[in-house]
Design a protein around this ligand. Structure first.
Ligand code: SAH
Ligand code: SF4
Ligand code: F3S
Length: 481
């Protein structure tokens, strides 16, 4: 998961390839930027559009509808949107020249933050829809056909959105994201998310469990619970359970009971919400995978305070220690920002020290990016670009070294792998280890969707290679004889 070589680039996905689009009369191309929340939202947009006859397009050229699901987190992410709009405009003009029509929708966090500016700057955009309003896409698209149609929809109601989304979802392989929480009330001084995603909201357990059961029935074996502050989840307990409020540990316990679900992950967590119950769950719930992405941002107490993070470095050490006490093989991942306003060499050294002391299996690290409208943008002591560059390079070198060492530590061990797809070479299959490592080995396609033991023989920065363990080979030979 480390993206240490290209810190501005998070996730870019294209139309789901497994989706056959049977019965489709029109095509939609969705390009996703940013975090997993956006990946989930893109999938749900496809679900909302399917009943209207939209099937997936594998390229934007010629599509009837193009959606850019955008990210506002750093300046570069936002700039990308405008250059992509320019590219799509050419395709749109090309389609119009042949008598066709392509609609362009801007969704996601840039839509929320800069909707009006997009409408002003980019006339090629037909519709701007925020992250809490995309359930209204069918109606909004129909309205754009009319001259009077409203073209900007950035209302803010997560409750209404979740209630309006179709219950049925189409699974795309053996792993799935399930959004359980949205929004953020933490207001870290550098971050736009509280402004683009709104207030913290937790979906009820009934709705989440129904979604998980539906996915499990389609062969999903691993769910990743998503939220901007996923461990702040405090949702309504199922009605049958007599009501009340559950925390994430209890939710994970119930999800583990759903037939077929073998693995549970959750992301992204905040150290402040890592409560005793959730820490204990890592020791008692074997479905919780031993890999936790817990962003710390900085190792300096002074910087953490200026970031309004509400945790110090000692609290972070304490959490890691307690987690490893109940789950010794737990691997940690994190996010870091270098060059926050006022960060001195000494502060940066504290970050390096924290990294050395904890040891990370993966990490995202970024140069601080000034986001207008956030408190840090106005702070004194903005750090020069070249200092940020040097710090990022030093930090990433250390993180890469740690990631390689972590991967290498698995060589010679036998580990359970959830196979998710065919490998790059013929006869190869690929999947994920419990620690989120990509693993590939030679094996039969019919293992895809299953968990099987692999003996690790090689490792690199980003993946492991192995051979199917002899027990797995015997079991498959019997099962498929
Ligand atoms: N909710 C999560 C992360 C949300 S944003 C959390 O609380 O940690 C994902 C990551 O982007 C953050 O963890 C942070 O490392 C980075 N980020 C957010 N705003 C940024 C900014 N202005 N400049 C650089 N990185 C930023
Ligand atoms: Fe942003 Fe902080 Fe909220 Fe994370 S906790 S989304 S970094 S404001
Ligand atoms: Fe980006 Fe919005 Fe996610 S700003 S990181 S897409 S919550």
């Amino acid at each position: 998961m480390t993206n240490t070589h290209d810190p501005e680039q998070m996730i870019v996905t294209r139309a789901a390839e497994g989706d056959t689009g049977a019965g489709a009369t029109k095509s939609v191309y969705i390009q996703t930027y940013g975090c997993q929340m956006n990946v989930y939202d893109s999938e749900r947009m496809r679900d909302v559009l399917r009943p209207l006859g939209y099937g997936p397009a594998t390229t934007p050229a010629g599509a009837d509808l193009v959606v850019l699901n955008t990210c506002h987190i750093r300046e570069k992410a936002t700039e990308k949107v405008y250059s992509e709009i320019g590219r799509i405009k050419e395709l749109k003009d090309a389609k119009a020249a042949t008598g066709g029509q392509m609609k362009l929708v801007i969704a996601g966090c840039v839509a929320q933050a800069e909707g009006e500016e997009i409408m002003r700057r980019a006339p090629a955009v037909d519709l701007v829809v925020g992250p809490q309003a995309y359930h209204k896409l069918p109606e909004l698209i129909a309205r754009t056909a009319r001259a009077t149609g409203e073209r900007l929809e950035t209302s803010f109601d997560a409750v209404e959105k979740f209630d309006s989304l179709p219950v049925r979802r189409e699974a795309d392989g053996p792993t799935a994201f399930v959004s359980v929480q949205e929004g953020c009330d933490k207001f870290c001084s550098f971050c736009v998310v509280p402004y683009t995603r709104g207030a913290e909201y937790s979906r009820g357990a009934d709705a989440i469990l129904a979604e998980v059961r539906n996915l499990a029935a389609q062969g999903v074996r691993e769910v990743t619970l998503l939220g901007q502050n996923v461990n702040a989840w405090h949702g309504a307990a199922p009605k049958l359970d007599g009501g009340g409020i559950w925390g994430l540990a209890r939710l994970a316990e119930e999800i583990a009971k759903v037939g077929g679900i073998a693995r549970i992950r959750y992301t992204t967590s905040h150290p402040q919400d890592m409560d005793d119950e959730l820490i204990a769950a890592h020791g008692s719930n074997p479905a919780l995978m031993p890999y936790l992405h817990l962003p710390v941002q900085s190792g300096s107490d002074r910087v953490l305070k200026a970031m309004n993070r509400k945790h110090g470095r000692d609290r972070f050490f304490e959490i890691v220690e307690r987690l490893r006490a109940v789950r010794p093989d737990l691997a940690m991942a994190s996010d870091f920002i270098v060059g926050f306003p006022g960060e001195t060499d000494r502060d940066f050294e504290d970050t390096m020290d924290l990294v050395r002391r904890v040891g990370f299996a993966g990490a995202y690290s970024f140069k601080y990016s000034r986001r207008p409208g956030t408190p840090a943008a106005e702070m004194y002591g903005q750090v020069p670009e070249e200092v940020k560059d040097a710090r990022l390079q030093a930090l990433q070198a250390l993180l890469v070294e740690q990631q390689k060492a972590f991967n290498a530590s698995k060589v010679g061990t036998t580990i359970p792998v959830l196979f998710t797809h065919k490998g790059r070479n013929p006869g190869q299959i690929a999947g994920r280890s419990p620690w989120q490592q990509a693993v590939h080995c030679d094996g039969p396609d019919n293992l895809i969707g299953q968990i099987a033991d692999v003996t690790v023989v090689g490792s690199s920065q980003n993946s492991l290679s192995g051979t199917l363990a002899s027990t797995t080979v015997m079991a498959t030979a019997t099962a498929f004889a």
